[in-house]
Write a protein that binds this ligand. Structure first.
Ligand SMILES: Nc1ncnc2c1ncn2[C@@H]1O[C@H](COP(=O)(O)OP(=O)(O)O)[C@@H](O)[C@H]1O
Ligand SMILES: [Mg+2]
Length: 238
């Protein structure tokens, strides 16, 4: 059977990862189908960011299998993984404060054709349009987050890894970013989103993968989550 007969875009199988001697992932298993929006949820230190960094090849000491469109990513370097159409927005956002919004947007190298044009980006993120010539330091946390997401869309990627976009932001901004992420899904992007904010996760996702101590301990559709909120809150320690 071809790898994508059931629509699988990403298949993570028995993924283990280490920081020096310290093992952070102990055999992570999950799949993401084309067009899906899946969250990785779990408490601090569970291994969510490490999973994204392992997919991206930022954490290089890893074992097991990460297949994207049926092709193994383990063994590839980050730039090779990026060229396959995977883009990563890190937890720390990485906005250059000395540069303007426009400079931040255009700084990353253009790796793949077919990304969103500047006009499309400004339409999708109107706050950035208003702030185009503002410096990075003048941006609010929400604007920085939008810029960090917009920046990865200039390349023609199809799979987005978003690490806690709601972190530290006011509820009204979180809602706005939720709407923008839903629009990206409607544009056809497949998205793997790390979240600890359950309300945000529920508002955007099709499915949830729960990580605890470097392993997947549960998986729920968004409907199942609605019926099991208490159980999932226990995982999150809230
Ligand atoms: N750069 C690093 N060096 C050493 N250990 C790390 C590093 N980053 C994360 N860890 C450890 O790996 C584990 C998983 O961390 P992480 O993936 O960041 O968790 P999460 O994103 O779920 O909060 C934790 O025990 C954390 O302390
Ligand atoms: Mg994290």
């Amino acid at each position: 059977m071809p790898h994508d007969a059931d629509g699988t875009l990403l298949a993570v199988d028995n993924l283990k990862a280490w920081y020096a001697e310290s093992q952070a992932l102990h055999g992570v298993n999950f799949k993401v189908k084309k067009g899906e929006l899946v969250t990785l949820i779990g408490r601090n230190g569970a291994g969510k960011s490490t999973t994204l960094r392992s997919i991206m090849g930022i954490v290089r000491n890893r074992q097991g299998s990460i297949k994207f469109e049926g092709q193994e990513l383990i063994g590839l370097r980050t730039f090779q993984i990026a060229r396959k159409g995977i883009a990563w927005c890190p937890e720390e956002r990485g906005i250059f404060s000395d540069l303007s919004v426009r400079e931040n947007l255009t700084l990353p190298p253009h790796l793949i054709e077919g990304g969103m044009t500047d006009d499309e980006l400004m339409e999708a993120f109107p706050n950035l349009k208003a702030r185009a010539s503002s410096g990075g330091t003048q941006l609010s946390g929400g604007e920085q987050q939008m810029l960090a997401i917009a920046r990865i869309l200039r390349n023609g990627c199809k799979f987005l890894l978003l690490d806690e976009p709601s972190e530290g932001l006011a509820p009204v901004i979180v809602k706005e970013i939720g709407n923008q992420i839903r629009q990206l899904k409607a544009r056809g992007y497949t998205i793997l989103l790390v979240e600890q904010n359950l309300n945000f996760a529920r508002a955007v996702a099709d499915r949830h993968v729960v990580i605890e101590h470097g392993q997947v301990v549960d998986q729920l559709t968004n409907e199942e989550l609605a019926a099991n909120v208490d159980r999932v809150k226990t995982y999150l320690g809230v």
